[in-house]
Ligand binder design. Sequence first.
Ligand SMILES: [Zn+2]
Length: 116
Amino acid sequence: MHELSVCQALIIQVQEIAKQHDALAVKLIKLQIGPLSGVEASLLENAFPLASAGTVAENAVLYIDRLPVRVRCQQCGAETEAAANRLICGQCGDYHTQLISGDEMLLASVELTKES
Ligand SMILES: [Zn+2]
């Protein structure tokens, strides 16, 4: 149940944002998740109703933006998208690459309800 604890941590973060803005409720939570983050987006969606129950985010919509994996090639310098299980350069096919993105989980934005 790794995703449930990730989701609970997320709700805590969202609750603090809501409190800072004196919000009555949270309408939308937008997340960005890379395939190498170790978090499965669909499992997170399943865990969300459980983690948000009884909180200010109870009726919020969880929107998950799935980020691509991107690598920078150390041979030709190209920045290309790569498969999560195959981090090779899309330009020259070399495997000496550096991960630029794809391992992150970011809280991109939160929409709040202020007045009832
Ligand atoms: Zn290359």
